[in-house]
Design a protein around this ligand. Structure first.
Ligand code: ZN
Length: 678
C-alpha cells in the first residue's frame, strides 16, 4: 500500500505552451518543467556518495532492473498505450516545423502528459486526456514519418492511423482507465488492460472458484496475470519469462542476477534469488516466499521494491501494476520510526477499536525512513511518499510488514512549496498559517510514519472473513483505517513523551491541514461535475466529512463563510480527536467483519459526492493562485565508472537531465516490449 502526498503547495505560472523554470535553493533547482496540471520536480539523493563501492554497484544494478520495467506499466494501463507513446515520440523527434504553433505546443503538452500517466488517461482522475491539437496535424505528421520510424514502431502507417485516431480523438473510445461506479460492469467500463473479453461476473466467479475459506495462507489470486477469454474459455496470461511481458522481464532478471552477485548479505541474496525464481515461473506461492524473505531482510542498507505490487489500477482490486523503487536507509531519520515501531504494541493496546478486532501481538512492524535512488513503473514520475508492504494480509499478520517514509521526496515537495500563497488563501487566519509553518513538515512526516508503520499493520480480520469482502470499497476503507490510526494518536500525549512531537500544539497543524484538505482543497484536483474517485482522496473526504457531520452538535469543526469564501474553522481540537477515534472504531469493525454493506454506505454517503457550488468556489480560488495540483519527478542519472579491467569502481550521479530528455532516453534504452502484447 502506498501513501500519496496531499499537500498542494507549489507555485508556478502556467502558459499555453509548457515552460521550464528554475527555482534555486542552495544552487539546486527543484522545478524542472511545468505543463497542464503538472509540475515536475527533481529530488536529491543525499549520502549516495557515502555508500561503499560494493553498495554503489548493487544500487546501480537495481536501478537498471527498475528502469527496464517501464513498458510493462504502459501496456497494463491500456492496450494502445505503447503504440501511442511510440508514435508520439516519433512525431516529436522528427518534427521540423515551427515549434511555436498552437498545434505543436498542444501536441507537446499531450505527449508530456502521456509520460506522466504512463498512458492516455490521467494518472489520478483516470479520464482520457482531451487532445488540444488537431486531428489534421496528427495525420499529417504521421504521414510524414520516415519509414525507419514506422518500422521501429512495428505497425503499418495505415494501422497506426486507423487505431490511434479514435483512441486519441474520440471521447467515447476508452474514455476511462478505471471505473469504480456502482451498478455498472466495472471491467467492461474500464479501459485498463487487465482483462479482455471477460465480464465482471465471469472474472469474479473465476477467482471465487479458486478461493477456499479454509485456506489460511492464500496466494494473491490473479495478481500477476491478464485474464482473457479464448474460444469461450477463461485463461490467465501470466507475466513471466516465456509469458506475457517476457522481453522486459528477461532484462529485469538480467540486472537482478548481477545485483544478486553483489548483495550486502546472504538474506538479501536469498531475497533476490526468490524474486528471480518468481519472475521465471510466475508462481504466486514463490511470490509469497519472496515477500516473507523480503520482510525478514531488515539488516540491509540498500533495499528495493520490484514487481507487480499494487492493485489500485484494477477495478476488482486483484491485478497488480508493475513498479520499482530502489532506496537506502536514512539512518538519522530512521531513529524516529524505530521509536514508533518499538512501541507498536502500546499503540495497538490503546487504540479506540473494539478488543476483538485488535491484534493480541503486533508482529515485526519494521519501519524506516529511506532515501529514494530511483523511481520506476507505477512509482514514476508521480510517486508515493510512503509505502507499506507486502500487501497479503496473512503475511502481514504472520510475518509483519516493512514500512517506509521517503523523506528526500517529501523534502522536495516541501522545498518547492514555500511562499506560493496557498495557505493564505485557504486557511481561516494567521494562527492556522503559523501552526502549519511551524510544525507542517514535522507533522506531515510523522503522520506518514504512523500511517505506514502502525496504521496498515494494526487490527485483524475475524476468522473466515474474506480479505476481498469489501471489493471496490476495500482500498478506501484500508486507507481510511491507516490515516485514522495516525491522526488519532498524533494528539496523544505519548507523542511528546516519546520525543516525536515538540509540544502539545504541534498535532493541531496536521488536524487543520487534514480537514482543510479533506473538506475543501483536495477538490482542486477534480473537474467540476465529477465525483471523487481515487481511493486516497475518497478516504480523506470520508474522514473529514464524517467528523464534520458528527460535529454539527458540538461545533468542534465547522465551515464558515467570509466574503463569499468558505473556510474550515476548528473550535475544539480535543473533541475532534474523540470523533476520529469513534470513526476508527467503526472503520476497523467494517474491515474486521467484512461488512460490505456498511463499507458501501459510508463511502457512498461521505466520500464520493461533492457540493457543486462549493466545488466551483474552491476551483475559482485555486485558479487565482496559478499552482499545479499534481507533482511528478525526474530521476537522477547514474553512470557507472569502471577501471581498465572492467571492474566497477564508482557511481556518478547527475541531476541535470530534463523531463523530455529523460523520457526520450528511457524510450530509447529501456524499451524492449513489442508495441502490442498478447
Ligand atoms: Zn496507505
Amino acid at each position: 500500500m502506498k501513501k500519496l502526498i496531499f499537500t498542494l503547495m507549489v507555485a508556478l505560472f502556467m502558459t499555453a505552451c509548457s515552460t521550464s523554470q528554475k527555482e534555486q535553493n542552495e544552487n539546486f533547482s527543484y522545478t524542472v518543467d511545468a505543463f497542464a496540471d503538472m509540475q515536475i520536480l527533481r529530488y536529491r539523493v543525499p549520502q549516495v556518495e557515502a555508500l561503499s563501492v560494493r553498495q554503489k554497484e548493487l544500487l546501480y544494478y537495481l536501478t537498471e532492473a527498475a528502469l527496464n520495467g517501464r513498458d510493462i506499466l504502459y501496456d497494463q494501463n491500456g492496450k494502445y498505450n505503447l503504440l501511442v507513446r511510440r508514435t508520439l515520440e516519433a512525431v516529436y523527434t522528427n518534427y521540423d516545423g515551427d515549434k511555436n504553433t498552437a498545434d505543436f505546443c498542444a501536441f507537446e503538452t499531450y505527449l508530456k502528459r502521456v509520460w506522466v500517466s504512463n498512458g492516455i488517461h490521467h494518472h489520478y482522475g483516470n479520464d482520457k486526456f482531451v487532445p488540444e491539437f488537431s486531428q489534421a496535424f496528427f495525420e499529417n505528421e504521421v504521414n510524414k514519418l520516415p519509414v525507419s520510424s514506422i518500422e521501429k514502431i512495428g505497425v503499418s502507417r495505415s494501422e497506426i492511423l486507423a487505431t490511434l485516431i479514435p483512441v486519441i480523438f474520440d471521447p467515447e473510445v476508452a474514455a476511462r482507465r478505471l471505473v469504480q461506479d456502482s451498478g455498472v460492469d466495472l471491467i467492461q467500463a474500464s479501459a485498463c488492460n487487465y482483462y479482455e473479453g471477460v465480464s465482471q461476473t465471469e472474472a469474479e466467479e473465476f477467482y471465487n472458484a479458486m478461493k477456499s475459506p479454509a485456506d489460511e495462507t492464500p496466494i494473491s489470486y490473479g495478481l500477476n496475470s491478464k485474464l482473457v477469454k479464448q474460444d469461450g474459455v477463461l485463461v490467465e496470461k501470466t507475466y513471466k519469462i516465456g509469458g506475457l511481458y517476457s522481453a522486459a522481464i528477461e532484462k529485469i532478471v538480467y540486472w537482478l542476477e548481477k545485483a544478486q552477485s553483489v548483495a550486502e548479505n546472504e538474506q538479501q541474496q536469498f531475497v533476490i534469488s526468490k524474486l528471480i525464481e518468481y519472475y521465471r515461473t510466475g508462481d504466486l506461492k514463490t511470490f509469497d516466499d519472496y515477500s516473507i524473505a523480503w520482510v525478514n531482510d531488515t539488516a540491509s542498507h540498500i533495499d528495493f521494491v520490484n514487481g507487480f505490487i499494487e492493485t489500485y489500477g484494477d477495478p476488482l482490486g486483484m491485478k497488480a501494476s508493475w513498479e520499482s523503487l530502489v532506496n537506502f536507509k536514512n539512518t538519522e531519520a530512521t531513529k524516529r520510526t524505530e521509536i514508533i515501531s518499538s512501541n507498536a504494541q502500546w499503540f495497538e493496546d490503546h487504540s479506540p477499536v473494539a478488543k476483538e478486532f485488535k491484534k493480541e501481538q503486533v508482529k515485526g512492524v519494521s519501519a524506516k525512513v529511506i532515501t529514494a535512488a530511483i523511481l520506476a513503473g507505477d512509482c514514476y514520475p508521480t510517486t508515493p511518499i510512503g509505502i507499506n508492504l507486502p500487501n497479503a494480509n496473512w503475511i502481514r499478520a504472520a510475518h509483519g510488514s516493512k514500512s517506509v517514509t521517503i523523506e528526500n521526496i517529501t523534502s522536495a515537495y516541501d522545498m518547492a512549496a514555500h511562499g506560493n500563497g496557498f495557505a493564505e488563501e485557504f486557511a481561516w487566519s494567521q494562527a492556522e498559517i503559523d501552526l502549519m509553518n511551524n510544525y507542517g513538515f514535522v507533522t506531515d512526516n510523522l503522520h506518514t510514519d504512523l500511517h505506514e508503520c502502525l496504521g496498515h499493520g494494526s487490527g485483524k480480520l475475524l476468522p473466515g472473513v474474506d480479505p476481498d469482502a469489501l471489493k471496490a470499497y476495500g482500498s478506501t476503507i484500508e486507507e481510511a483505517r491507516a490515516d485514522l490510526f495516525g491522526l488519532y494518536f498524533m494528539a496523544d500525549p505519548m507523542m511528546i513523551k516519546l520525543g516525536l512531537l515538540p509540544d502539545k500544539d504541534a498535532y493541531k497543524a496536521e488536524y487543520y491541514k487534514y480537514f482543510m484538505n479533506g473538506l475543501l482543497t483536495q477538490q482542486v484536483r477534480i473537474e467540476l461535475g465529477k465525483n471523487v474517485e481515487e481511493s486516497h482522496m475518497r478516504n480523506r473526504q470520508l474522514i473529514a466529512r464524517w467528523v464534520y457531520e458528527k460535529a454539527k452538535d458540538d461545533h468542534s469543526v465547522e465551515l464558515r463563510e467570509r466574503n463569499g469564501k468558505t473556510f474550515v474553522v476548528i473550535n475544539d481540537y480535543e473533541k475532534i480527536q474523540q470523533h476520529l477515534g469513534e470513526l476508527l472504531a467503526e472503520i476497523q469493525r467494517i474491515k474486521s467483519t467484512g461488512d460490505y454493506q456498511a463499507a458501501h454506505d459510508i463511502v457512498e454517503n461521505y466520500a464520493v459526492k461533492l457540493d457543486p457550488a462549493l466545488h466551483k468556489q474552491i476551483l475559482n480560488r485555486y485558479a487565482g493562485l496559478n499552482i499545479a495540483p499534481y507533482k511528478g519527478f525526474v530521476n537522477p542519472v547514474y553512470t557507472p565508472i569502471y577501471d581498465k579491467n572492467g571492474i566497477f569502481v564508482d557511481l556518478k550521479i547527475d541531476y541535470t537531465e530534463n523531463y523530455v530528455e529523460q523520457h526520450l532516453r528511457y524510450s530509447a534504452d529501456y524499451s524492449s516490449l513489442p508495441t502490442f502484447n498478447k
